[in-house]
Design a protein around this ligand. Structure first.
Ligand SMILES: [Zn+2]
Length: 416
């Protein structure tokens, strides 16, 4: 049979590898966009129509996407079915903070379906935090089992997290040192658990779903009850450093005549820019981000404005340094830093205009997070979704352990 088909040894596994890769591409596109028509998927992937149809059918079988009838109104030509993330495929998100532990259920596509804030006014040890999470998840178990398929748990930790196994090396405000959080949470719940630094996850969530979509160079700074964290995405790649600890803008020097920080150094950003004095000024003891912002904008008293401007002065110093070092296109402010900016946007813009090098400053946009108070839930859930996004064909065989993989966008840290 001259010219006939040649069967290469191993072609079966090669085509299997290719199929799995293409499943990942299709699922990733669907996840990040919230849904595309089959025709758009065909166009964006460059695969042929029948291949896309078969891949989508497999993802439907695996209950990761749903296909719906096309919205044909106003369209020219044959309408194409819409492919959307299956809202029943969910990740569980956990964010322990000094004043509360928040646990969420997040659908594929980054939609927060449920959020429970469990106040911990006296803080919580890692063991207590794990017990609280396990109890809250157990309380949702019948609901989860009935309507959803949870693929795992992602944890956004306000501290330094060792990337490859989810060991919390140091969460100073929680008082956690070398806590094997991911393993403890797996033992307590049976789900695979991945943990990472909260601000890195905020940067990832904003770059995937929020203000940083289609932006390759951005700096993200988040202000939480625990202090200030940050993340940098440079050239489309998340900068993590040698072990995952990069982006600690909260501990950069902004006041050489300042006070000693919890980290032991002098005049760190988070010693000057902090949530506690803002809460005190508006007469609150415990509040989530939305409540604090509402109180700040409603008050606008001279005392509040003076404190906001004082804090923005120091934030501007940190941003000047970051802008001059990283030459970003976008600076995204999350948590109470976004609230500070919302109270006096022109003030911060003006401070920055005088400080950062003109060439680096021009073209930089300052923005608030678009994902608001859902940000860390969405970021943590991205961790939970990571293994299913990188290999949808592995779904159903939950992989235990805390290994991060390269995100399908190439944006997330390369692990290992
Ligand atoms: Zn410090």
């Amino acid at each position: 049979m001259a010219g006939g088909e040649v069967t290469h040894t191993g072609s079966g596994s090669n085509s299997d590898h290719l199929r799995r890769h293409n499943l990942s591409v299709i699922l990733g596109l669907t996840h990040r966009t919230g849904g595309l028509s089959r025709a758009q998927l065909t166009k964006q992937t460059g695969l042929n129509r029948s291949t896309v149809a078969a891949l989508v059918a497999e993802l439907v079988d695996r209950q990761l996407v749903v296909e719906t009838e096309p919205d044909s109104s106003g369209q020219v030509g044959r309408p194409s079915p819409m492919v959307r993330p299956n809202p029943g495929a969910v990740g569980l998100a956990v964010n322990p903070e000094v004043d509360a532990i928040t646990i969420g259920v997040v659908g594929l596509g980054g939609k927060v379906l449920k959020r429970i804030r469990y106040p911990t006014p006296n803080g919580a040890t890692a063991t207590e935090a794990v017990a609280i999470c396990a109890a809250v998840i157990e309380g949702m178990r019948s609901e989860l089992d009935a309507g959803y398929r949870a693929v795992g748990i992602g944890v956004a930790v306000p501290g330094l997290v060792r990337e490859h196994d989810g060991l919390v090396r140091l969460a100073p405000h929680l008082g956690w040192v070398d806590e094997p959080l991911a393993r403890m949470l797996t033992d307590a719940t049976g789900y695979p658990v991945v943990a990472a630094n909260d601000a890195s996850l905020g940067a990832l969530a904003e770059s995937t779903f929020g203000a940083g979509r289609d932006v390759t160079d951005l700096i993200y700074l988040n202000g939480g009850a625990s202090g200030i964290g940050g993340g940098v995405i440079s050239g489309g790649v998340s900068l993590v450093g040698i072990a995952g600890y990069a982006g600690e803008f909260g501990h950069t020097l902004v006041n050489s005549a300042g006070v000693i920080c919890s980290c032991g150094a002098l005049g760190c950003l988070e010693t000057e820019v902090a949530r506690a004095p803002l809460l005190k000024l508006v007469g609150l003891t415990d509040a989530d981000g939305d409540e604090l912002e509402l109180a700040l904008t409603a008050s606008r008293s001279p005392a509040v404005l003076a404190e906001v401007e004082r804090q923005l002065d120091y934030l501007a110093v940190a941003l000047r340094n970051a802008i001059n070092v990283f030459n970003p296109q976008l600076v995204v402010l999350g948590g109470f830093l976004g609230s500070l900016y919302a109270v006096a946007p022109a003030y911060l813009d003006q401070q920055l205009a005088h400080q950062a090098l003109h060439a680096a400053r021009e073209g930089v946009t300052i923005s608030r997070t678009q994902l608001g108070s859902d940000l860390l839930m969405i970021g943590a859930a991205e961790l939970a979704f990571e293994s299913i996004l990188s290999d949808p064909a592995s779904s159903g065989s939950a992989r235990l352990g805390g290994h991060l993989r390269t995100h399908p966008t190439g944006r997330l840290r390369g692990a290992h």
